[in-house]
Write a new protein. Sequence first.
Length: 732
Amino acid sequence: MKPKLFLITPPFTQLNTPYPATAYIKGFLNTKNIESVQADLGIEVILKLFSKEGLKQLFAFSTSNTQQLSPNAQRIRALQDEYLKTIEPVIAFLQGKNPTLALQICQEDFLPEASRFAQLEDLDWAFGTMGTQDKAKHLATLYLEDISDFIVECVDENFGFSRYAERLGRSANSFDELYTTLQQDPTYIDGVLLSILKQKIETIQPTMFLISVPFPGNLYSAFRSAQWVKKNYPTIKIAMGGGFANTELRSLSDARVFEFFDYITLDDGEMPIELLASPNFSEDGITRTYKRTFLLENGKVVYKNNSTKSDYKQSQVGTPDYSDLLLDKYISVIEIINPMHRMWSDGRWNKLTMAHGCYWGKCTFCDISLDYIKVYEPVAANLLCDRMEEMIAQTGENGFHFVDEAAPPALMRALALEILRRNLAVTWWTNIRFEKSFTKDLCLLLKASGCIAVSGGLEVASDRLLKLIDKGVTVEQVAKVTRNFTEAGLMVHAYLMYGYPTQTIQETVDSLEMVRQLFEAGILQSGFWHQFAMTAHSPVGLYPEKFGVVKQTESIGTFANNDINYTDITGIDHDKFSFGLKKSLFNFMHGICFDYELQDWFDFKIPKTKIETDFIFDALQEEADFNIKPTAKVVWLGGKPSVEHFIKSKKGNSWEIMALTFHDKKESFTIQTNKKEGEWLVELVRKIAVSNTKVYSFQEIKSDFETHFEDFELLWYSKPINTLREFGLLVL
């Protein structure tokens, strides 16, 4: 029987764009002519719930609940007719189909308002420079969150837009609690999910059901879905993979898990799934082979990795395929006034990866012992562009989020050049390390190719701790790189960390001061503080004694094993810094409160910072390095000049001058030089134009010049070349 695979992402991840795992796998299966259908059940459940009929049923169900309601829930129930009237126009607006509704939403007498709208006093300040559409999206998001609060209180306490029953999946060393919950009757939200799943299974009639579980908040729904299929369609084989399995289930031993799943695969899914889908087993006596797969044999969990086949290279896995997904039904929301989070949740992004794994692979808090970090393999720029063009043709969207752990600068350069060479109009962003390779000119090239933002780890803004993390950067270097990106016109988001092992209170305070100065200097636009979490597969988790921490338990659970409880030798309660760090950052992101004392953000005594008030300012004053490597690439982003010749005379001497006039998108400019050097320059900008396949090195250009003239440096640092450098002559 020819295999037919049904791939799902269970509720819930993002509202605005599909999580890409199933699209990646479907793209691979296409290369093997294995039939597959995919679905994002998260968005489908949301759309069913947040419809007129869905809300009507929700309110009817809540009425049967006799519990005492909070005043907020009473208010929402009393206004149910207003919610029924507005829900479908609001969803259509957030799907981009009803833009004129923004005008009515912004009148603030259209939407029913409950407790989420209490924060509105700051709305004009936050959205004063933003458009009506953005303000309306934020108001509509608050409206949906009010309904979500009602669902949590009156219908299902585990509900959440981007996670469901997340607590059951987090640090679930034992399967007991999740297993017990799954023995209970399905919840109201489960009922909505299972009704959609039933219709899908009946229509598709798959031979295999594959569930990708990226996060703890997807785990419960994954098990509930598998449970229903196992009960009603016992002949369908069921497998789980994805980020949660890859990090948490590497030491799985609880046999009860296999009451729900037949297989759980680890790491890259392509080869394991191909082997599971192949008909090379049982009756003809051929021994079945597996790749990184858990299954049950004789009542025991076994791990099989007996296939001799290698994993596929990134060039062989195909282009992610988003067909079957409801791309025009996703919902753009603005949950919080944070530039990077807003971009992440607003609009639909095609997801791609520049490289498998991380080219740095050293950060001590990261799971660098796992394949998805450890095995580094870049994708050639021309193949990446091929995939981008295929996805644009399929989805009609030209926005790309490269989901790399840290995109390699050399590959970003090659990709940008290829995008410009093909004259593609795309918008893209990615994650990076703030390393010195990101020069001013590279940032300008990335901007020209359509890159609009980068996010990177500043982590603990302390040189001692950055060295302990093995980040390979210093705060001063981060400042220079963020300056380069900002001046090129790219938004910069910094991941910030507190509570790293051995971090002192003084270092936390000094870290905050560094962050304050970066925002005050205008070279950081967005940030988010995360508290350090110790994981089993990171260097800190593997060798805690090197980092001054002690594991609280050494025992390995039978189910999920990744997050580790620990004690830090400093004995500091880092939790208490959370509110002050986040509150100060919120204000810094909006360009205010830089003159506050750091003490003002905390309700307990902190030491004064030891960082000089002008540390970042001074770091940015250092002169740029004028040494250019002979191997550096030289590229011209502008067009061809128009040429005029005229005679210039002085003190009885005459000579011919060339005027080269260039036109860029914003303005025109002219440079003047003598005739021979002018002719050489005209030929140079033709040769080094970004549209050309060959990219010339600085040494090649210097050598070419010196076959005709003397003293290349005199030309290179002259006014005409300096002018060209301002308008798109880049040294990379």
